[in-house]
Design a protein around this ligand. Structure first.
Ligand code: SAH
Length: 330
């Protein structure tokens, strides 16, 4: 099944057929990637960021958060704990923090790749040479959301950033042989339904292997503090349509969805998603990685998150994958 741009827009605007849409996405998920759910252990290793994204609580001008940086050796230590807990993929995420130079990141990557796991990076825009070095050290995947394909909106949301550079990053990563993840925010102020349809078509065009979609949640220490939440249902619809169009990609049930709906990740897993990224950051740092408020599980320890999500996944008769969870399913 392939939808035209106009069909995508019509479906996104019409809420009377949502059950049909979610069931179709669930079927396309089953046919293309099966019943297995891949768990990725997420380590949020630094909340220091030089960027100024208007929606993000980590933006550099937010002086109210307590900034932290996890030492390279400790990142490797936490990754080992995640692997010992059974995770087959470790995801390293941070703000854009120059402390983690090419050399420092390469050491971390090499240390983690001595463990039995796949490694995903989510550390923002870097040079081709950095991406190349990270790949040569063993990084397997890279997540960098395009956030929105509406160029005007992109500009408004990202002071001092350049849409074309973000696209350049995605293309470089693809050319270097990474599995590439991208995605968007749903419900940014001023965002149109038409642009969400364009976002979905963009994911396909760029050859995304993974697509993460989440509702925008206003953070009180940002210029968007008085804006409304993105809609959970609309985010779910964008995700379901992405599954239907891109077929066998990996799609996480995002944490932001669970923040807006207490059963959000399970609903997402039944509407096209096949991945969950439980937080394996230790409690002392969790609350400080506040990209948006009311993040779930900030008082939990890594093992609690693992048990909780396993239980939920089993309750809907899905299984937890023992593989690395590449798109090709190896
Ligand atoms: N610095 C990295 C990681 C960013 S945090 C990078 O640039 O890729 C990961 C994602 O959180 C972002 O891509 C963004 O889509 C999402 N995010 C940030 N602020 C948010 C908010 N207020 N509500 C919902 N999601 C948000």
């Amino acid at each position: 099944m392939d939808f035209s741009r106009q069909e995508l827009i019509d479906i996104l605007k019409d809420d009377s057929r949502n059950d049909w849409l979610f069931e179709l996405a669930d079927r396309v998920r089953l046919e293309n990637v099966g019943d297995e759910v891949h768990l990725r252990g997420l380590i949020e290793f630094s909340n220091i960021c030089k960027c100024q994204c208007n929606y993000c609580g980590l933006r550099s001008s937010n002086k109210t958060i307590d900034r932290y940086r996890i030492e390279p050796d400790d990142i490797i230590f936490y990754a080992k704990k995640a692997v010992d807990m059974g995770y087959k993929t470790v995801v390293l995420q941070s703000g854009e923090d120059d402390f983690y130079s090419r050399e420092v990141m390469c050491e971390v990557i090499k240390g983690i790749k001595e463990l039995d796991c796949a490694l995903t990076l989510s550390i923002g825009e870097r040079s081709f040479e950095d991406y190349k070095a990270f790949k040569e050290c063993g990084a397997d995947r890279y997540l960098i959301r395009i956030e929105t394909t509406d160029r005007e909106l992109y500009k408004k949301m990202h002071p001092n950033m350049d849409f074309e550079n973000r696209v350049r990053c995605l293309k470089d990563l693809k050319n270097l042989g990474y599995e590439v993840g991208t995605g968007c925010l749903v419900g940014l102020p001023g965002q149109t339904i038409e642009s969400l349809a364009d976002d979905i078509l963009f994911f396909k065009e760029i050859g995304a292997d993974m697509v993460g979609i989440g509702p925008f949640i206003p953070h009180p220490q940002t210029p968007l503090k008085d804006c409304e939440n993105g809609s959970f249902t609309l985010a779910l619809k964008v995700m379901a349509l992405t599954r239907i169009l891109l077929k066998n990609v990996n799609i996480p049930a995002t944490t932001a969805m669970e923040t807006l709906n207490p059963n959000g990740r399970i609903i997402a897993l039944q509407s096209g998603a096949n991945v969950v990224m439980p937080n394996v950051t230790t409690k002392e740092f969790r609350a400080k990685y506040e990209i948006y408020p009311n993040k779930i599980c900030i008082n939990e320890e890594p093992s609690q998150c693992r048990n909780c999500i396993e239980g939920k996944i089993k309750s809907i008769s899905r299984t937890i994958s023992k593989g690395y969870g590449f798109r090709s399913n190896s």
